[in-house]
Design a protein around this ligand. Structure first.
Ligand code: NAG
Ligand code: NAG
Ligand code: NAG
Ligand code: NAG
Ligand code: NAG
Ligand code: ZN
Length: 949
């Protein structure tokens, strides 16, 4: 299949294994006369129209778990019960057909829906068909934008939107994306929303300086050109900033949780206040109209978990509308109406204006001079890693569900499914989940849900393996690779979820000392310390494996000799040499012991593990402290943990490594695998000491001779890369007030600095925050432990402990460093980043197998293979290079779908939008015109078009 135009993703529904030949029927959607834009209330062209949008913001976990929020459990923590909200709103909508409500989080709506009677379901369908209840956004949750990976965001959006389409059809499709709470906004999210068919996007939070400028310039509504590779308008998204976050205007909150006066409209009573309410309202409306462009303005009438007793809100809103509009007979030119974001959007579109163009993103977010929300880029690093590997395992699980067929879900190992992990991953994308900004007990709940999802997938995977191999021998999983002993049998297998072959270093914890085909290395001191007596393995098996695309390969790792390990008795000549003397910690001196590293690192001076001390609020400029959301070091100079390190070196046929101990709580392994394209830095941090009553934020800083001139690059949600410049924002003149925190950006999978000759790229294994504070330097925050709450609502210090680490959590992770000429750097780091995101998993299996007939071209990433219906599979192919990123790979590519899979016959193909809730040929979006000459410079020197399939 060849597509001439440039598209980044192609989304297809493949029909296979079906007895009936044919394409899925692409009917024109049944046009209900009243839902969607047609259901909007009339507005008055000559007047200022105020769109009141009743809404509730229901976090899919934050201070309480998602289940506690749904049922209204633990109201002692926070009064919030989503089931009552939906009950009450539906009831109130039925009382007056003018009323409107929007609902956002499908994770909650889905639970509620399942518990309703047929009658109630029909009633709700009626409300949806008439546009009185409208879904906006509609993903399973409202995802975080800084710390999520695009593949997991697409999955969670697909799940929510599919439920809405399956349940409500055409009228259930949201027209508007709605991210009112996330703490900064990613360009890749806007690009995805555009490709999911949304007509517009609204949000609440942006930098206070940016907002002030936009208010004066009336630029709070704009056209976001969200990709420098896609041809406009493919990734153009109309974007609006809401006037008051997502809260009602001051004095107009009529929820049971608010204290504003109700409308007292009995003229016989002394406290009659209609005139006062109307006057105040008109004042606010006129003020708001001054900072927006059209004669339409929007007011968000609701907030967190509001409308549990919806009568309070609606009774007062009915009156507000009546009394404000009555003034029209006395010459008032303000018209108030019940509305929704899409009805407001439709009026902006009708205004037929041109809009300022936005090319960069909305990071970092500061709500005041010393209050940068850049800490959560790293908060809860262990949860961030677990979320990332769970995504990898979910993709493997979905692939094996397709390759195995029905037996995968019900087979010799019992009933397995991918649904449980899909749902757990979907809630984990929430803006208080993977972001790390939830309470500790809620973080534990997300992790527990993921673990449960893994267990369900493991049954599915076992069933598929046994079906493909024809053997029902028990499967062995080697899961907790950093602690357990792998019970090795004769063979061991590796599954590769990527569509091209990979070579992968496998490390397996074992007891024995000598194995065929493999090197054995002793477990390092740092690893032994991390384990805390759990796990017994004293050695690690270390070997390189190759695995075919979407497939397995088998390795024989039989034991040659068992018994207690002793280096002397090891038959391997390359036993590690330990030298435990303090050494300067700079890499150059390390290089003396590893020859190959010297070449690799000729322009890298130092990998310095350092720390900032957190601000405790005791500061003359501001009382803001560092916390789960906010990063605020108390000085701008990081402290190097130790200038010397105890080191141990190791060299064998697979790897050369230097193990460095800087302090009892900070260590690092510098590792170079034979034939590797990258140097691996494995960091271990914790328990972060707090005996000095100072919170600490630990960074890894790479100092190089690269002449980066204040410029560096970070990815957006793991996909396109944006240019960053120190103390600079592309769209306004920044007054920098936090020299470190104000220069931090989210890094989801990679970051780099470069000059004419060299590019130093770091690929991360989870989302982290980082910046380039000095030229030639790139720093990445690894772990944070803080003693104060940062007063943004979570109400706990970020002071992570666990059963195993009661005195403070220990976290380990990897950075992969590559150094290449800038022109070819992407050829290395793009595939490398994909390999870190989609990891091979090792499991027991008897024969080599590949689900693909042929390897996909290097530019093409197989993003999704997932069972859709009984006879259909959802397939997403992605061109993974930006337009001018690689001479070799940024070119259009052709893939033959007919000959793609080895086990499936493709009977038909139908193209869909990115979120798979619309057929491509039905997809029409509102078109918007950009002002000419507003494209701000500063994010340039990349890309002009995406290459395609
Ligand atoms: C309109 O103005 C008249 C005369 O000032 C006044 O009597 C009447 O109450 C006003 N109506 C409203 C709705 O305020
Ligand atoms: C929109 O504005 C353009 C000029 O900018 C005009 O040519 C066009 O007719 C207008 N369209 C509508 C529907 O008013
Ligand atoms: C080997 O591993 C097992 C657990 O799998 C453990 O019980 C045993 O003590 C270990 N042996 C040695 C020598 O560490
Ligand atoms: C942080 O955790 C440690 C270990 O549980 C505890 O002793 C300490 O009191 C906690 N500090 C704060 C400020 O919560
Ligand atoms: C959406 O749902 C309708 C009604 O069930 C169905 O006909 C249509 O094919 C669905 N659309 C997609 C893209 O799945
Ligand atoms: Zn929220």
């Amino acid at each position: 299949m060849a597509t001439p135009e440039y598209t980044p993703f192609v989304f297809l529904l493949l029909l296979f294994q079906s007895s009936v030949w044919g394409f899925p029927v692409c009917q024109t959607p049944q046009e209900s006369p009243t839902c969607g834009y047609k259901s909007c209330h009339a507005t008055k062209p000559g007047m200022l129209n105020v769109h009141l949008v009743p809404h509730t913001h229901d976090d899919v976990g934050w201070l309480k778990t998602v289940d506690q929020y749904f049922y209204g459990d633990r109201n002692d923590i926070q009064h919030a019960g989503v089931q009552y909200i939906l009950d009450s709103v539906v009831d109130q909508l039925l009382k007056n057909p003018d009323r409107r409500f929007i609902y956002v989080e499908t994770a909650f709506f889905y639970r509620w829906w399942k518990q309703q009677t047929d009658d109630m379901q029909n009633t709700v369908k009626q409300l949806v068909n008439e546009g009185r209840l409208e879904f906006v956004n509609g993903g399973w949750c409202m995802s975080d934008e800084a710390t999520t990976h695009y593949s997991a965001v697409i999955d969670q959006m697909t799940m929510g939107l599919r439920f809405l389409n399956d349940t409500f059809g055409h009228c259930g499709r949201p027209r508007v994306a709605w991210h009112i709470d996330p703490f900064g906004h990613a360009r890749e999210h806007a690009s995805m929303f555009a490709q999911m068919g949304y007509d517009g996007f609204f949000f609440g939070r942006l930098d206070y300086q940016d907002r002030n400028r936009r208010m004066v310039a009336r630029e709070q509504e704009m056209l976001w050109r969200a990709s420098e590779s896609l041809t406009p308008p493919m990734a153009d998204l109309f974007t609006g900033i809401l006037p008051n976050g997502y809260n009602p205007p001051e004095g107009f909150c009529w929820d049971q949780s608010c204290d504003d006066p109700p409308i007292r409209d009995d003229p016989d009573l002394e406290d009659y206040n209609v005139d006062d309410v109307v006057t105040r309202f008109l004042h606010i409306a006129h003020g708001q109209a001054l900072v927006y462009k059209t004669n339409h303005i929007i007011m968000t009438m609701g907030s967190d978990f509001q409308y549990e007793n919806a009568n309070l809100w609606y009774k007062n809103l009915d009156k507000l509308i009546r009394y404000v509009n009555q003034m029209q007979s006395n010459g008032s030119e303000v018209n108030v109406l019940y509305s929704t974001p899409s009805c407001y959007l439709q009026e902006l579109h009708r205004a037929n204006l041109t809009w300022p163009l936005k090319g960069d993103d909305f990071f970092p977010y500061a709500d005041s001079a010393h209050d940068f929300w850049t800490g959560y880029f790293t908060s809860r690093p262990a949860l961030k890693r677990y979320e990332r590997i769970s995504n990898s395992y979910l993709q493997t699980c979905k692939q094996l569900e397709v390759l195995g067929g029905p037996i995968s879900r019900k087979g010799p190992f019992g009933a397995g499914d991918s649904e449980t992990l899909k749902k757990a991953m979907a809630v984990a994308q929430h803006h208080d989940a993977v972001s790390g900004t939830e309470k500790q007990h809620v973080a534990n709940d997300y992790a527990r849900k993921l673990a449960n999802g893994w267990a369900h997938c493991q049954v599915l995977v076992s069933n598929t393996l046994s079906s493909l191999s024809g053997s029902s021998a028990p499967r062995v999983y080697c899961e907790h690779l950093n602690i357990s002993v792998c019970p090795l049998t004769e063979t061991m297998n590796v599954y590769n979820p990527l569509a091209r072959p990979v070579s992968w270093p496998v490390r397996l914890p074992v007891n024995g000392t000598a194995y065929r085909i493999s090197d054995v290395v002793p477990v390092s001191q740092a690893t032994a310390a991390v384990r805390r007596g759990r796990g017994y393995a004293v050695n690690e098996l270390l070997f390189q494996v190759q695995a075919p695309p979407l497939g397995y390969s088998t390795y024989s790792v039989s034991l040659l000799q068992n018994g207690p390990p002793s280096p002397q008795s090891s038959p391997l000549p390359r036993a590690p040499k330990a030298s435990f003397s303090p050494q300067p910690s700079s890499l150059l001196s390390l290089c003396a012991s590893i020859v190959t590293l010297r070449d690799f690192l000729s322009s890298l001076f130092c990998v310095c593990l350092s720390r900032y001390n957190a601000s405790d609020g005791n500061n003359s400029e501001s009382i803001q402290m560092s916390g789960a959301y906010i990063f605020r070091p108390n000085t701008s100079t990081p402290f190097i943990i130790s200038k010397t390190a105890k080191i141990e070196t190791l060299q064998n046929s697979v790897v050369q490594e230097v193990r460095q101990w800087f302090s009892p709580w900070v260590s690092q392994v510098v590792r170079l695998y034979t034939d590797s394209r990258a140097l691996e830095l494995e960091w271990t941090v914790g328990p972060v000491p707090i005996g000095d009553d100072l919170g600490k934020e630990v960074i890894s800083r790479l100092d190089s001779s690269i002449n980066s001139s204040g410029v560096f690059y970070t990815d957006s949600n793991g996909r396109e890369v944006l240019q960053r410049r120190k103390d600079y924002r592309p769209t306004w003149n920044l007054r920098q007030s936090e020299p470190i925190a104000g220069n931090y950006y989210p890094i989801n999978s990679r970051a780099y600095i470069k000059d004419d000759k060299d590019q130093l790229t770091v690929v991360t294994d989870r989302s982290q925050g980082g910046g380039s504070i000095q030229d030639g330097s790139l720093e990445i925050m690894l772990h944070r432990r803080l003693l104060y709450d940062d007063v943004r609502g979570v109400g706990e210090p970020l002071n992570e402990t666990s059963d195993i680490y009661p005195e403070g959590l220990v976290v380990r992770g990897r950075h992969l460093l590559s150094l290449s000429p800038p022109a070819t750097a992407a050829d290395t780091h793009r595939p490398l980043a994909q390999e870190v995101v989609l990891q091979p998993s090792s499991m027991d299996f008897e024969k080599e197998f590949s689900g693909l007939q042929a390897v996909l071209p290097p530019a093409v990433h197989l993003l999704t293979v997932s069972q859709w219906d009984q006879d259909t599979v959802l397939l997403r192919l992605e061109h993974q290079y930006q337009a001018s990123e690689s001479k070799e790979h940024s070119q259009p590519v052709t893939v033959n779908l007919q000959k793609l899979f080895s086990t499936l016959d493709v009977l038909g193909v139908s193209e869909m939008n990115l979120s798979a809730n619309q057929w491509k040929d039905e997809m029409t979006r509102l078109d918007w015109k950009a002002e000419s000459g507003t494209h701000h410079t500063g994010v340039t020197n990349q890309l002009s078009a995406y290459s395609a399939l």
